[in-house]
Design a protein around this ligand. Structure first.
Ligand code: IMP
Ligand code: MG
Length: 182
C-alpha cells in the first residue's frame, strides 16, 4: 500500500456541510426544472455517492443513467486525451439532461463529455458538480450548479478516490499530494 493510501485524510468539508449544500442544490434544481422530466447522468465512478444523495431529495420525475470516461496522462497532469468507456443506454435527443460530476479539475474530462452529448441533441444539458478547482482549469468549462469551490489539494471521500480508496468516507478530506491522479 502506498504512503498516500495509508493517511487519514484531513477534513475539508464535513458531512453536515455537504448535506446542507446538497439540499440547497436540490432546491435550486427542482425549481429550475419544475414541470419537466429529468435524465440524470452520473459520471462514474466519482459521482455515485453525490448522485445518490441528490436524487433521493428530488421529487420531479427523473431517470438515472451513467457514463464513464477515462483520461490518460502522466502523474497528476491529464494529457487531454479522453475516451468514453461506458456510454448511456438511452437516447438523449430531446431530453432535459443533468450531468453529475464529482470534481472539475483541468476540465478536460467534462468538456469532452459535454461536447459529445451535445452532438446527440438533448433539449437541454446542464452540469451539477460537487467540487471545482478553478485554479487548475485548462479549458473553458464551468458547472451550472456547484457545491463547493476547493483549493488545489488532492481531495478524497464522498465517492472520490485516491487509487480506488477512500470513496466510502462520509466527509471530504484531503491527503498529501500523491504521485498519480485517481
Ligand atoms: P479533469 O479532466 O482534469 O477535470 O479531471 C476530472 C477527474 O479527475 C475527476 O472527475 C476526478 O475523478 C479526478 N480528480 C481530479 N481532481 C481530483 C482530486 O483532487 N481527487 C480525486 N480525484 C480527482
Ligand atoms: Mg477518479
Amino acid at each position: 500500500m502506498s504512503e498516500s493510501s495509508r493517511q487519514t485524510p484531513a477534513v475539508l468539508l464535513t458531512k453536515e456541510q455537504i448535506s446542507s449544500r446538497v439540499r440547497e442544490l436540490v432546491e435550486q434544481i427542482s425549481s429550475d426544472y419544475a414541470g419537466r422530466e429529468l435524465l440524470v447522468i452520473g459520471i462514474l465512478k466519482g459521482s455515485w455517492v453525490f448522485l445518490a444523495d441528490l436524487v433521493r431529495l428530488m421529487t420531479i420525475p427523473l431517470t438515472v443513467d451513467f457514463m464513464m470516461a477515462s483520461s490518460y496522462g502522466t502523474n497528476t497532469e491529464s494529457s487531454g486525451k479522453v475516451e468514453i468507456v461506458l456510454d448511456v443506454k438511452c437516447p438523449i435527443q430531446g431530453r432535459d439532461v443533468l450531468l453529475v460530476e464529482d470534481i472539475i479539475d483541468s476540465g478536460l474530462t467534462l468538456k469532452y463529455i459535454v461536447d459529445n452529448l451535445r452532438l446527440r441533441k438533448p433539449r437541454s444539458l446542464k452540469v451539477v458538480a460537487l467540487m471545482d478547482k478553478p485554479s487548475r482549469r485548462r479549458v473553458d468549462i464551468r458547472a451550472d450548479y456547484l457545491g463547493f469551490e476547493v483549493p488545489d489539494k488532492f481531495v478524497v471521500g464522498y465517492g472520490v478516490d485516491y487509487a480506488e480508496r477512500f470513496r466510502n468516507l462520509p466527509y471530504i478530506g484531503y491527503i498529501e499530494e500523491p504521485k498519480a491522479k485517481g
